[in-house]
Design a protein around this ligand. Structure first.
Ligand SMILES: [Fe+2]
Ligand SMILES: [Fe+2]
Length: 464
């Protein structure tokens, strides 16, 4: 555990304990949560009510869904909010503290500080939501206003809970705050879990309803379970999609023994550069899938060209250079991959306009394609090819530096240097600003030569 994470967890747990103590002393538990055991609505009934909601919340928390970011979600928000609506912030906090254990925690698979932090990150937001609901409800009695109060309270609960959890994820390392908040899963989570707020309100109303009673709450198990199943399916579908794309990329790489794992590595390098440049989560995803699929057009390049050891003829080079366009055509019909199309089509454009297929210049080249171009070049240079040995990291980096402004966007090369791929590698630094050579000059000649035997001193990347 890092020092900052330890400090944060200590602060979080301390704040939750303090809040629990203060609310417990100041705000009484509303007897509406009481479960009629002796009918007196006294302490025994109230305790039975809290125990009842704790069990319901435990059942709803038992099978959480694991997201890619390492965060878990469960449908326990509905009973948790119902308990808060009925008993107020103190009752809600007790239910939150005891009722949100999941199976992994019970089996001791989560470190003790993780369990404490998870529960504190729920208790604090529940207390806040409870206070908001209680004060809003005081303004105007009536079921409609109460529903509004429940929605507002749940919204605060979500924002605070996600905020506290995102800090844990950030302190644990690996993700930026922006990435966490804009992840597609988190966005979907909002839409999905906000439906749990009205469900929580309904559970609370049914519980109180004369003639209905506590047992009606159990009927809500069905919609809660289907919500969970739907969410699970969503996560699984995404996983399957990523795996299918990975398999496709592997099929492309496998045709050439010299490029095995090329796409996987390009994906990793691109994503790391993207993180360094603080691109959004959607852009990171486009880099991830774009990295895997960038050379998918090579499916259409015959073996006689793809695997040729000698110099390519003009016609063969034209066939080879068609792979970005072909790749974009192959992926075109997949609606979900629309953001990746420009990355695939333009990953061989040069910063000075002498690349292909569209000879875009500088900022005309989509940013993600410029990122992928650097990643692709570095990967190609540091991997063995039939006609040359792999360059060392240092040689490859000095090539990137040398051709920054010509082939590569200098800012992206700067970002690459900050990633772990360039760690412990001597960086020659940015060369003096040079004017962008125009078409037909030095750079364009390089583009002609480099297909076959790029020696150190000329960019080795265009085959990638
Ligand atoms: Fe390529
Ligand atoms: Fe490539």
């Amino acid at each position: 555990m890092t020092r900052s994470l330890r400090l944060y967890v200590t602060w979080l747990v301390g704040a939750a304990l303090l809040a629990l103590l203060v609310t417990g002393l100041v705000i009484r538990v509303d007897p509406a949560i009481a479960l009629p055991i002796d009918g007196s609505q006294g302490p025994i009934d109230v305790a039975a009510g809290i125990a009842f909601w704790t069990v319901v919340t435990l059942l709803a928390s038992a099978l959480p869904i694991q997201l890619n970011s390492g965060v878990q979600v469960a449908v326990s928000t509905a009973p948790l909010m119902a308990a808060t609506l009925l008993g107020g912030p103190t009752a809600g906090a007790i239910v939150a503290a005891l009722g949100t254990f999941d199976i992994r925690e019970v089996r001791g698979r989560v470190a003790w500080y993780g369990t404490l932090a998870n529960h504190a990150a729920i208790v604090l937001p529940v207390i806040t939501a409870g206070v908001i609901i209680t004060s809003l409800r005081g303004w105007a009695p009536g079921p409609v206003w109460e529903l509004v109060a429940a929605l507002v309270g749940t919204l605060f609960y979500f924002v605070l809970n996600l905020g506290l959890v995102s800090l844990i994820v950030v302190f644990r390392g690996g993700h930026s705050m922006r990435e966490f908040w804009t992840r597609a899963e988190t966005t979907n989570l909002w839409a999905n879990l906000l439906t749990l707020a009205p469900l929580g309100w309904l559970m609370a109303r049914m519980y109180e309803l004369p003639g209905a009673g506590w047992w009606t709450t159990l009927l809500f198990g069905v919609p809660l379970f289907t919500t969970r199943v739907a969410y699970q399916r969503f996560v699984e579908m995404r996983e399957m999609f990523t795996q299918t794309i990975g398999a496709l990329a592997q099929a492309v790489d496998a045709r050439d023994p010299y490029t095995s794992r090329h796409s996987q590595r390009v994906r990793q390098i691109s994503v790391d550069i993207g993180r360094e440049m603080r691109v959004s989560a959607a852009e990171l995803e486009a880099l991830e899938w774009g990295g895997l699929l960038h050379d998918v057009g090579k499916i259409g390049v015959p073996d006689s060209v793809l695997l040729k050891q000698g110099k390519l003829t003009r016609e063969e080079r034209m066939i080879m250079n068609a792979h970005p366009v072909l790749g974009a055509q192959i992926i075109g019909p997949v609606d979900r991959l629309a953001p990746e199309l420009p990355v695939i089509r333009h990953h061989h454009e040069w910063f000075n306009g002498s690349g292909y297929p569209d000879r875009l210049l500088g900022d005309e080249i989509p940013k993600l394609a410029r990122i992928l171009h650097v990643a692709d070049a570095f990967e190609a240079m540091t991997a063995d090819r039939p006609y040359r040995k792999a360059l060392s990291g240092e040689q490859a980096l000095s090539e990137l530096r040398k051709f920054a402004g010509v082939q590569f966007d200098p800012e992206i090369v700067d970002a690459f240097v900050r990633t772990t791929w360039a760690e412990n590698t001597r960086d020659p630094g940015r060369s003096e600003l040079r004017p962008i050579p125009m078409l037909g000059t030095h750079a364009a000649r390089l583009a002609q030569q480099q297909h076959d035997a790029p020696a150190p001193g000329s960019p080795a990347a265009d085959l990638a």
